[in-house]
Design a protein around this ligand. Sequence first.
Ligand code: MG
Length: 403
Amino acid sequence: MSAVTVKDIRTILTSPGSGGVQKRLVIVKVITSDDGLYGLGCATFTQRHLAVRTVVHDFLRPLLIGKDVQRIEDLWQLVHVNAYWRNRPVMNNALSGVDMALWDIKGKLAGMPVYQLLGGKCREGAEVYRHAGGHDPAQVEENVRRLMEQGFHHVRCQMGGYGGTADRPGPEHRLSGAYFDPSAYARSIPCLFEHLRSTIGFEVELLHDVHERLAPIQAVQLAKQLEPFRLFFLEDLLPPEQIDWFATVRQQCSTPLAMGELFTNPNEWKPLITNRLIDFIRCHISAIGGLTPAKKLAILAEAFGIRTDWHGPGDVSPVGHAANVHLDVSSPNFGIQEWSGFSEAEQEVFPGCPEVRQGYAYPNDRPGLGIDIDESLAAKYPCPDGVVEWTQARTPDGTHVYP
Ligand code: MG
């Protein structure tokens, strides 16, 4: 039997819905030598989508044409080191697009959903959390209750976006930017959870994302202050550059910690996992290189009692969300899945999106990832040009800080 090989690789850029520069999706399509057989992968990096397209088209396409599509591990290793430098955004995203597409193809060849290839189901559906926001505690409460009525048992609560706005005046001639006040934010969040627990109670699971917006010692204080409110987890308490502080947080309180959406290099997650300094690993699967490294990461975390919560914001494509769910249902140490929901336009462009019912996400049982793309419809939603504003984060005195 002759091998099925890579015949062509294409990228499809699309922005269905109203996400603008926040939703510039990058899909990789690996076309095989078998007539009509192809796979799809998510390579989305919305802030640098054109750079990912260049890597896929100008570098991975010539490297991979003619290669045996069944040898996923070998092709992953080949691409991973082909540029000599490795473990970085853009190149990992491009690799992920190819990797997921190869898993999709392997599933189609086997006539099995990808979760079967990953070991089979450990559970029928993956429990998800949704986001509730608001300008004050009462408004957040209202939105939490609305999600609870829809069957969600886990809700992430934010007040005033990530860290609110900075009302405090700054120095003269301060530059434009996305201003916020870390101290005002740190004061407001314990009040929010005090309100939510006293009104809604403790039965619903509540989560919160700090979005690395505090000085490390403020982060330690906040984790301690939130301990009585029994969060399901506290997310991105520290930026990747300050992960050594997690040991201090652990010594001070038992607030569960989730970390990893910005990680791209195994050296970032290894010490946190092997020293048991976090409770949930939540990498962005396309940013670490696809399903192949994500499955290995899940197994590493399992050995240390750490659960998964793969990053699931709006700038993961439906193909990426499908990959998340296949991994979720087949990992014994699955914890929770972040869920942003799909717009009507996305569901039309991507037939076969995983569905959420009563708080659980379900992969469909079609072979591969079970999801397709309508390319002519995708072309009707071109990615907009534009500079990303929200990452231009500044504190009241005008200092540029982590977003
Ligand atoms: Mg986050």
